[in-house]
Design a protein around this ligand. Structure first.
Ligand SMILES: [Zn+2]
Length: 109
């Protein structure tokens, strides 16, 4: 049996063969790296979800204003303008979703 030099992460104690150095020397802990990436991903998902919620709220707000103006006087320029704004909000929300490439997330926590 050969002796294997080990490196232990000072932050989490994950230990691996000391032969696995970084390209420039030294060590990077894969367990800590995964934790940092998971935290960063959670932040990005929260930002995405907040953005989509803002888009949906804007669409609902402009749709409501358009419906109310149309109920008051469907043929009025004000109602037409409100419907135009609602259409713009919908297009904006659709463009944001497309730009974010929103698709269902895997359900693995
Ligand atoms: Zn670590």
């Amino acid at each position: 049996m050969t002796d294997v030099a080990l490196w232990s992460c000072p932050d989490c104690a994950f230990t691996f063969d000391a032969v696995h150095t970084d390209v420039g020397g030294g060590y990077s802990c894969p367990a800590c790296a995964e934790s940092r990436l998971s935290a960063a991903l959670a932040v990005l998902r929260a930002q995405r979800d907040a953005t989509l919620a803002e888009c949906d709220a804007a669409v609902a707000e402009y749709d409501k204003a358009a419906a109310e103006a149309t109920t008051r006087d469907a043929d009025s320029p004000a109602a037409a303008a409100r419907r135009g704004l609602a259409g713009g909000a919908f297009l904006m929300a659709t463009a944001v979703r497309a730009a974010l490439g929103v698709q269902p997330e895997p359900d693995n926590g």
